[in-house]
Every structure is written in C-alpha cells, then in structure tokens.
Design a protein around this ligand. Structure first.
Ligand code: FAD
Ligand code: SIN
Length: 484
C-alpha cells in the first residue's frame, strides 16, 4: 500500500470532503474515514445551510451570528463566514447540487431560531445532510480509506509529518506534506447526544497529548428538541426548522411555557430553549412536548420526510401525535484553535477545519445551520492555503510504531461512567461544585491502566471540565446555576 501523499485528510464529512474537492486533481490526496464514509454528523444534518439570500442580508446574517454567539465570536471569522458563504453555495450549485425549490424553480429558504430572516436552504426536505454527503462523495476524485482510525499525529520539532492509523487489525504510518484534521466534534462523550457513533473526540485527545491548543471547550451546544426515550445511542433530532415553520413546545397541560423565559418563545436561541426546557421540567415535574399538529399531514410528509419516517417507525402518528422532547448534546463550538485559513499556528503543515476546529465563528452558541456553511467556506480556505504553500520536496522522517493497546477490558464500563459524568456535570446546567468533583474523578480515571482510546476521551473531557471551571459566570451555552 502507498504510504506517501501530498495531502492526508482525516474525516469524510462536509469539511473533509469539500477540502478534497477544492484541491487540484494532480495532487495525491487520501481521505481517511474511521467507519463507513457516511457515518458522520454531516450525513445526519436535517435543517439545512444558512446563507444570505442576497447582498443586503449579509450584514444581518453577521449580526444574527454574533448575537447568538453571545458576544464571544471572532468578528472577522464571522464576516468571512457570511460574506464567503454565498460564493461557496454558488460553487456547490454550479457543480450540480440541488437545493429544494418551489414550482417556479426559486430556491426555498426556511427560518430557524434566532435568524431574523428566512435564510436556510435545504435539500430533500429535512435530509439536507444526506443529500449533501452523497453529492460530495459522488464528486470526489480521490481515494478514501474506510474503517481507518487515526490514533496519533506524527509530530517532530513542531512539524506534522503524517498520521498513525489502525486499519484491518494493523497499526501503521501514512505520511503527507500537509495534514488536514476534519474529524468532527465530541458527541460520544455525552450520555444523550444526536451525533454519529464515529464522533468520539479522539483527535481532540491526541491534540492534548501533543500540547496543541483547544479553545472554548466549555462551549458545548445542547439541542432542545431531541427524542431521547429510545435505546438508540444516537438520539433522534427533531429539526429546528419544525419550529421555524410553526411547531410549538408545550407542557403536558398544553402550556407554551417558553414565553415565560424569553419573548421569542420557540424561536429563541438554542441555549435559551434548552435551559428553559430543563428548568420547566425540573420545577414543575411536567413532561414537555413538540407539538406539530398544525401541519397538514401530506405537507408534513413531503417537507419533513426523514423525521416522519423515523418517528413513524417507532410508532408515532405524525403530525397528529405530540412528541416528548428533551435537550441532548449536539455540537461543539470549541475545538482546535486555528487561524482563518485553518492553520494550527504552532505546528507546521497541520490544519483543522469543520466542527473539530475553533476558528471563532460560533462564539458561545452556534446559530442554527451555520455549521455546514462553516465546513463549506473554511474548507475552501484550507485548500487554497495548501495550494499556495505546498512544495514538490518530499518531507522525510521515519517514525517507529510503538506498541499501543487501544482498548482494555473495563474500558467500556469507564466510557459509560464518563458519559454519565459529562452529562450530569458538564451538561446543560453546571456549577463549580459538580465540575470540581467531575475533574477529580476524571483525573482518577486517567491514572488507571486503560487503552488509548478511552484515554483520549478522558483527556478531552478534562479540557472541557477545566475550561468550564475557569469560566465563572454564565455565557451562551455555558450556563451556571447553583453553588459557586
Ligand atoms: P463530520 O461530518 O462529523 O465528519 C467527521 C469525520 O471524521 C467522519 O468521517 C469520522 O469518521 C471521521 N473521524 C473522526 N475521528 C476519526 C479518527 N480518529 N480517525 C479517522 N477518522 C475520524 N449543521 C447545520 O449547519 N445544519 C443542519 O441542519 C445540521 N443538522 C444537524 C443534525 C444532526 C443530527 C447533527 C448531529 C448535526 C447537525 N448539524 C447541522 C451540525 C453539522 O452536521 C456538523 O457540525 C457538521 O456536519 C460537521 O462536519 P464535519 O465535516 O466537521 O464533521
Ligand atoms: C436542526 O435541524 O435543528 C439542526 C440544525 C443545526 O444543528 O444547525
């Protein structure tokens, strides 16, 4: 098997695939995917992609992103996201991707919470991610190595030379002139989450081992409307577009209690809705529901076919029947700190892009449907920087593979304990006391003889808890209540 490449991309979601698609075809590029290529968060995206429908809307999109981010965004990054977004979407459409249109061929834009206008493009109704992923895969001109888990970055003297991988029961090294991390978020660290099973924070943990900075790791987003009463590990998301188009959140008495928390009701920013749900359930003991009964059945089936099908499969008669909901972990605003071209400034030839990265666009709370856009926009910037800086000189270095035990007996039990600990202590509502206790327990677990994979999860969890402990007042998704 070939082991030297021009570019290695870790991850086959929107960020990884669009980086690959934006590189010239005469480069030797390899995409690595931990599982099947489609087993990623991109594939499960529902609502759509936020983009300004015209030039006049760009400053408003910037403003909405900054307000949702609770003043914690990097304004320059947000300007880039919103101003380069339309270009990235035009490129996608030019390449042949089809967003949903009306009968006259006009693009259909929907609304989601905290957007002041209708600016969410969608495809297949509520299967935007699946349609986008399929399209990117079909357009890809480079090979993908499936079932290949990156277990280390090959770094020497502040330069990255490649990756160590586990594939087909073997561990070996792959080398490249440029390495792009596009490995997504941290969902599997939490007991209740909406994420793909591949999203388990391995690369964040590897970064901790190499002293690479993770930024804003306390900023974790909890989506308010997930159906969590099932045994599935990945909880079914009920898109915010449902609320954007009229679905209501009610308690068991039919009360639309969200207005007691924010005048924007169902269209308040995600963190506010999640916190309100949590508080309402806790103080009243009442169940809360998403009520979609105002939708006409045929329209609902056509507009939200994925949700209709999945909920129907588990016995829900939609739109008639209301769905019990609960917040679930959804998205990591924090991640590997990069510059606006995705470069990790402390390590040469290493980039990060997409959900794994922290370029500064999401601040303390991501505006709905800005993530796919981030993947599309910043992957193009990464590819452009690679093209401008790659040389024909091969980088030579031999890294010896050490004996690594990836998993040990008992790791699974610890993984479940960690999930529960993270959910309870570094979840929707935090306080210093619980965070301190969680940190002590994580430190204890880190001293135990475990496999490498659980260690990487523990290292990432430790940074999340430490960052949360450092931020003493509530901000955006970091919500503190109780003992200080
Ligand atoms: P992903 O798409 O998650 O891809 C990560 C890739 O990295 C995967 O291929 C994985 O296998 C690989 N990987 C991970 N670790 C390793 C490793 N160690 N070795 C090798 N490979 C590895 N955002 C929106 O903007 N609009 C939406 O409508 C929307 N809906 C969503 C609905 C759901 C249910 C979820 C979970 C998220 C949604 N989001 C949405 C968020 C958005 O989908 C993600 O943030 C985005 O797709 C992330 O893209 P990515 O390419 O960075 O990562
Ligand atoms: C959703 O459809 O509610 C998810 C949108 C997002 O995560 O941006």
């Amino acid at each position: 098997m070939k082991i030297n490449y021009d570019v290695i991309i870790i991850g086959s979601g929107v960020a990884g695939l669009n980086t690959a698609l934006s590189l010239p075809s005469d480069l030797e590029v390899l995409v690595l995917s931990k599982d099947y290529a489609w087993e990623c968060n991109t594939f499960y995206a529902q609502g759509g992609i936020a983009v300004a429908p015209n030039k006049e809307d760009i400053p408003l999109h910037v403003q909405d992103t900054l307000s949702a981010g609770a003043g914690h965004c990097d304004k320059k990054a947000v300007d880039l996201l919103c101003s380069e977004g339309p270009k990235a979407i035009r490129a996608l459409c030019k390449a042949g991707f089809e967003f949903d249109k009306d009968e006259n061929g006009n693009l259909l834009y929907t609304k989601e919470a905290a957007h002041s206008t209708n600016r969410i493009l969608h495809a297949g109704g509520d299967t935007t991610g699946r349609d986008l992923h399929l399209f990117l895969m079909q357009s890809l001109k480079f090979p993908i190595l499936y079932n290949t888990q990156v277990i280390d970055l090959l770094i020497k003297d502040k330069t990255c030379y490649g990756v160590e991988v586990f594939h087909a029961e073997k561990t070996f090294n792959l080398y490249a002139k440029k390495i792009v991390i596009a490995s997504g978020g941290v969902g599997s660290l939490y007991e209740y989450h909406t994420n793909s099973r591949t999203i388990s924070a391995d690369i964040h943990g590897i970064c901790c081992e190499h002293g690479i900075e993770l930024r804003d790791m306390e900023m974790m987003q909890f989506h308010p409307t997930a159906f969590v009463q099932s045994n599935a590990v990945r909880k079914q998301l009920l898109s915010e577009a449902l609320r954007g188009e009229g679905a209501k959140i009610v308690d068991e008495d039919g009360k639309r209690f969200l207005f007691d928390y924010d005048t924007r009701g169902e269209l308040s920013p995600r963190n506010i809705v999640s916190e309100a749900l949590y508080e309402h359930k806790k103080t009243t003991g009442k169940e809360v529901y998403l009520d979609v009964s105002d939708f006409e059945k045929e329209h609902f089936k056509k507009r939200f076919p994925g949700i209709y099908f999945n909920m129907n499969n588990i016995g829900f008669d939609l739109p008639k029947q209301r769905i019990p909901i609960s917040p679930a972990f959804h998205y990591a605003m924090g991640g590997i700190k990069t510059d606006f071209d995705g470069k990790i400034e402390t390590i040469d030839d290493l980039y990060a892009v997409g959900e794994v990265a922290s370029v500064g666009v999401h601040g303390a709370n991501r505006l709905a449907s800005n993530s796919l856009l981030e993947g599309l926009v910043f992957s193009r910037r990464v590819a452009s920087d690679i093209c401008n800086t790659i040389t024909c000189k091969d980088k030579k270095y031999d890294f010896v593979n050490k004996e690594i035990v990836l998993e040990k007996e008992g790791d699974k039990k610890m993984k479940n304990e960690l999930r529960s600990l993270m959910w309870k202590s570094a979840g929707i509502v935090r306080n210093q006391n619980n965070l301190k206790k969680a940190l002590i327990r994580v430190e204890e677990m880190l001293k135990l003889p475990t496999g490498k994979l659980i260690r990487l999860r523990l290292l990432t969890s430790r940074v999340i808890i430490q960052s949360a402990l450092k931020r003493k007042t509530s901000l955006g998704a970091h919500y503190i209540k109780g003992e200080s």
